[in-house]
Design a protein around this ligand. Structure first.
Ligand code: ATP
Ligand code: MG
Length: 720
C-alpha cells in the first residue's frame, strides 16, 4: 500500500497515520492540508480496515467533496458510495431527513433559500401588523441568521432580548419559526442548528451516530461556525477520532458566523490532540509565497507560522495601475491572451472582492475573444422561470409549502385575483391548514365566485395528479410533464420572441439538469433532486474541465489553485472593503480583509498579477480611487515595474476569425467540435457529447463564454 503514503513529507505522513485520537493540522496555504485529509481517508479504508460507512468527512463545497471521494476511489480502486462526505449543510440535511419527526418536521420538508425566507418573513411581518419600512425583512433575516449561527433559537433570543427593538425581533423570530414549521420547511441555518439539537437532545440518536461515524474529518476548519463546531464535537465525544485541518490565516467567513476560535482552541477542547504543522508549501514560487507571508505578517491576531518552498525564485509580481475598470479589464484580457502560447485558458483565474466587478472584466475578455466562466454569477436556480418550475415541484413534494403555493397558484395566469386569493388565505388561516389543503374544502369557504372556485379546484386536481405520478415516475419525466400540463410553457407564447426563447431555454436547461441528476444518482426521486438544488453552492456549478478563464470572488477561490492568478480592483474601499459604521471592531474587519488578500495571493502557482483603477464607476457615478493599503505591504523587490508584455493591449484588437462554419446542405452532425446556434445563447461549439439521437446530451461552449449542457430534444439547435 505504498501509494497511499507516496508523495507525502514526514509531517504529512504523521498526520495521515495518527488514526486514533484527535489531530489538528494547523498549517499555511498550499502546504498539503487537503491532501493529508484525502490520504488519511484512504489510509483508514485501505490500511486500517475501516469500512467507508464509518467515515464522516466535511468539506467546504460539494464539489470539493466529490473530488475527494473520487481521489480516494482512484487511490484504492474501490467504490466509496457509503461514505458520508459533503458540506456540513448537505450532511445535516441528510441526517434531518432520517429523523425529521424528532425535530417536528416531516421527512419531505422543504429547504427555503434566501428568497423564500424573505417571502415568508414578509408575510410574518404583515401578519404582525407591522410595517416593513420599520421592520425591513432583509435586516430581520440577517439578525435571525446571526442568532442561529450562534446557536440561539427563537426562545433563547427572546429570553435575552432587552431593548424594545430586540423584543420585536424576538416576536417576529418566534412567529417566523412557527410559520416555517407550518410550511414543513427549514431555512439554511436551521439545517445546522436543528441537527445539533437532534444529536444533543436525543441520546439514542447521538449514540447511534457516534458509533456509526468512528472517524470524523474536517477541511477548512478555521471557517466553522458554532453549530458546525458543536455538531462535530458531539459526534466525536465518545471516540475523539477527529482530525481537523485549517489555517487561521485563511479564516474569511466571520461575516457568516465563522469563529476563528474553533481552530485556535482545538488543543484546549481536545487536550490529547496531536498537533501537526506543515511548513513546506508545494503550490507557489518563492516570490509569491514571500508576498503572502509579508502581507499576513501585518495581522496581530494569529498563531505565527512561516512557509517555505523549494521552488526558489520565480517571476516577480506584476502590479498595474489602470485608468478605470474598463482599462483594467482590457489589460487583464491582453495578458491572459499572451499566456495562451504556454498555458491553456483554464490555468488562469481572475479574482475580485465583489461580484459586481465581474461585469467589466467580462466585457474586456469578450472584446479579446477569450472564453471565460463566471463562478456564482449565473445563479441559474434563482432565475424567475427556473424558480417557478421549482416552486411547482416543491409544492408537489411538500403541499404544506405555502411560499411555493402562492408563487404558482396563479402562474401562469388562471384568473385567480388578489381578492379571491386573500379569501382563500383567510379561510386556511382560520382552519389552521395549509392553503393547498384548503383547496380541497372550498365548499366550506365563503364567497368565492363559482368560476374562481372551479379554477382553484382544477389546480388542486392537477397537483394531486402530479403527487400520484411522483410515486412511480422519475423526477425528469414528471418535470417534463408538469411544464406542459400546467400550461407554463405554453404561456411563453404570448411573449416577444427574444424573451420567449430565453425563458424557454432556461426551462429546458432545468429539465436537462433534472435528467442528468436522474442518470447519475441512486435516488431518482423529485425530493432528492430538490434537496440537491437547495444545497448547491456557487463553486459547485463551476466546470473546471472546460478551457476557459475562471472569474470568481476571492471568497469562492478558497482551497483552489491556478498557475496564473489576477487579483483585480485593489483599491482602498473596495479591497479592503471598509464599511463605516459597520458592526464590530474596525481593526478586526481589516484583518479579515487582509486574510482574504492572503488567500488570493496564495492561490497562484507561477504568476501573480495585481491591478487597480484610478477611477471606477459605481451605480452612483464614477469615483476616483487610490491604491489599496495592502499593496504597500508587499516588499518592493518582489514587484516588477518593467513588465511590458501587454501594455499595448489597451487599444481594441481585431477580433479573431470565426471558426469554420458547416456549409448549407451538409447533414447536421452534432459531433464534438461542430458549431451550433441556440435561439437564446447564440453560437457555440460542442465540447462533448453523451448518448445519441434526440436524447443525446451536449456540452456547448457559447461565444459569450458560458458553457451549457443541453439535450438535443429540448434545445432546438441549428447548425452554426
Ligand atoms: P489551502 O490552504 O489553500 O487549502 P492546502 O494546505 O490544502 O492548501 P493542498 O491543496 O492540499 O494544500 O496542496 C497544495 C498543492 O501541493 C497541491 O497541488 C498538492 O497536490 C501539492 N502537494 C501537497 N503535498 C505535496 C507533497 N508532499 N509533494 C508534492 N506535492 C504536494
Ligand atoms: Mg486545502
Amino acid at each position: 500500500m505504498t501509494s497511499i503514503l507516496e508523495g507525502l513529507n514526514d509531517a504529512q505522513r504523521e498526520a495521515v497515520q495518527a488514526v486514533d485520537g484527535p489531530v489538528l493540522v494547523l498549517a499555511g496555504a498550499g502546504s498539503g492540508k487537503t491532501r493529508v485529509l484525502t490520504r488519511r481517508i484512504a489510509y483508514l479504508l485501505g490500511e486500517c480496515g475501516v469500512d467507508s460507512r464509518h467515515i464522516l468527512a466535511m468539506t467546504f463545497t460539494n464539489k470539493a467533496a466529490g473530488e475527494m471521494r473520487e481521489r480516494v476511489e482512484d487511490l484504492l480502486q474501490i467504490s466509496c458510495k457509503t461514505m458520508w462526505i459533503g458540506t456540513f449543510h448537505s450532511l445535516c440535511a441528510r441526517l434531518l431527513r432520517s429523523h425529521a419527526e424528532r425535530v417536528g418536521l416531516r421527512s419531505n420538508f422543504t429547504i427555503y433559500d434566501a428568497t423564500d425566507q424573505l417571502a415568508l418573513l414578509r408575510r410574518v411581518i404583515a401578519d404582525e401588523e407591522l410595517s416593513e419600512r420599520e421592520w425591513p425583512a432583509r435586516q430581520i433575516r440577517a439578525r435571525i441568521s446571526k442568532a442561529k449561527n450562534a446557536m440561539q433559537g427563537a426562545d433563547v433570543f427572546a429570553q435575552r432580548a432587552g431593548a424594545f427593538d430586540e423584543q420585536m425581533v424576538a416576536r417576529i423570530f418566534r412567529h417566523y419559526q412557527d410559520a416555517l414549521k407550518q410550511n414543513n420547511a427549514v431555512d439554511f441555518d436551521d439545517l445546522l442548528m436543528l441537527s445539533v439539537e437532534l444529536i444533543r437532545d436525543h441520546e439514542d440518536i447521538r449514540q447511534t451516530y457516534q458509533a456509526r461515524f468512528s472517524h470524523i474529518l474536517i477541511d477548512e476548519y478555521q471557517d466553522t461556525n458554532r453549530p458546525q463546531y458543536l455538531f462535530a464535537r458531539y459526534l466525536a465525544e465518545a471516540h475523539q477520532n477527529i482530525c481537523v485541518v485549517g489555517d487561521d490565516d485563511q479564516s474569511i467567513y466571520a461575516w457568516r458566523g465563522a469563529d476563528i476560535r474553533n481552530i485556535l482552541d482545538f488543543e484546549a477542547d481536545y487536550p490529547n490532540a496531536l498537533v501537526v504543522r506543515l511548513e513546506q508549501n508545494y503550490r507557489s514560487t518563492q516570490v509569491i509565497l514571500d508576498a503572502g507571508n509579508a502581507v499576513i505578517r501585518n495581522n496581530a491576531g494569529r498563531k505565527g507560522k512561516e512557509l517555505w518552498t523549494d521552488r526558489a525564485g520565480g517571476e516577480k509580481i506584476r502590479l498595474k495601475r489602470c485608468a478605470d475598470e474598463a482599462a483594467e479589464a482590457l489589460w487583464i484580457a491582453g495578458v491572459a491572451r499572451d499566456f495562451r502560447r504556454t498555458h491553456a485558458y483554464r490555468n488562469t483565474a481572475v479574482l475580485y472582492r465583489t461580484n459586481a466587478q465581474s461585469r467589466a472584466i467580462e466585457e474586456g475578455l469578450r472584446r479579446e475573444n477569450i472564453p471565460y466562466q463566471i463562478v456564482g454569477d449565473v445563479r441559474f436556480y434563482e432565475r424567475r422561470e427556473v424558480k417557478d418550475v421549482l416552486a411547482y415541484l416543491k409544492l408537489v413534494v411538500n403541499p404544506h409549502d405555502s411560499i411555493s403555493f402562492w408563487r404558482v397558484l396563479n402562474t401562469p395566469r388562471r384568473g385567480i385575483g388578489a381578492t379571491s386569493a386573500a379569501r382563500l388565505d383567510d379561510f386556511a388561516m382560520r382552519e389552521g391548514i395549509a392553503p393547498y389543503h384548503a383547496l380541497a374544502r372550498l365548499d366550506e369557504a365563503d364567497a368565492l365566485p363559482a368560476r374562481t372556485a372551479r379554477t382553484m379546484r382544477g389546480f388542486y386536481d392537477l397537483i394531486e395528479g402530479f403527487r400520484r405520478d411522483m410515486e412511480t415516475m422519475p423526477a425528469d419525466e414528471l418535470a417534463a410533464k408538469l411544464v406542459v400540463d400546467t400550461g407554463y410553457l405554453r404561456d411563453f407564447e404570448k411573449l416577444v420572441r427574444e424573451e420567449r426563447e430565453s425563458r424557454r431555454a432556461h426551462v429546458e436547461e432545468l429539465l436537462t439538469d433534472i435528467q442528468i441528476f436522474v442518470e447519475q444518482s441512486d435516488d431518482v426521486s423529485l425530493e432528492a433532486y430538490l434537496r440537491k438544488v437547495s444545497l448547491v453552492t456557487d463553486v459547485d456549478q463551476w466546470e473546471n474541465a472546460v478551457d476557459a478563464v475562471t472569474l470568481m470572488t476571492l471568497h469562492s477561490a478558497k482551497g483552489l489553485e491556478f498557475p496564473i492568478v489576477f487579483i483585480a480592483g485593489l483599491e482602498d474601499g473596495l479591497f479592503p472593503i471598509l464599511r463605516p459604521g459597520a458592526e464590530g471592531d474596525v481593526e478586526d474587519a481589516l484583518e479579515e480583509e487582509r486574510r482574504l488578500f492572503y488567500v488570493g495571493i496564495t492561490r497562484a502557482e507561477e504568476r501573480l498579477f495585481l491591478s487597480y483603477a484610478m477611477r471606477r464607476r459605481h451605480y452612483s457615478g464614477a469615483v476616483s480611487c487610490s491604491a489599496s493599503r495592502f499593496l504597500s505591504e508587499i516588499p518592493e523587490d518582489l514587484l516588477d515595474a518593467g513588465f511590458k508584455i501587454s501594455e499595448a493591449s489597451n487599444a481594441p484588437r481585431q477580433k479573431s476569425r470565426a471558426p469554420q462554419r458547416v456549409r448549407p446542405g451538409e447533414s447536421f452532425l452534432m459531433d464534438v467540435g461542430s458549431w451550433v446556434v441556440h435561439p437564446a445563447w447564440g453560437r457555440g461549439q460542442i465540447q462533448s457529447r453523451t448518448g445519441s439521437g434526440q436524447t443525446a446530451k451536449l456540452k456547448v461552449k457559447f461565444n459569450g463564454g458560458s458553457v451549457k449542457t443541453l439535450m438535443v430534444k429540448f434545445a432546438n439547435l441549428q447548425p452554426g
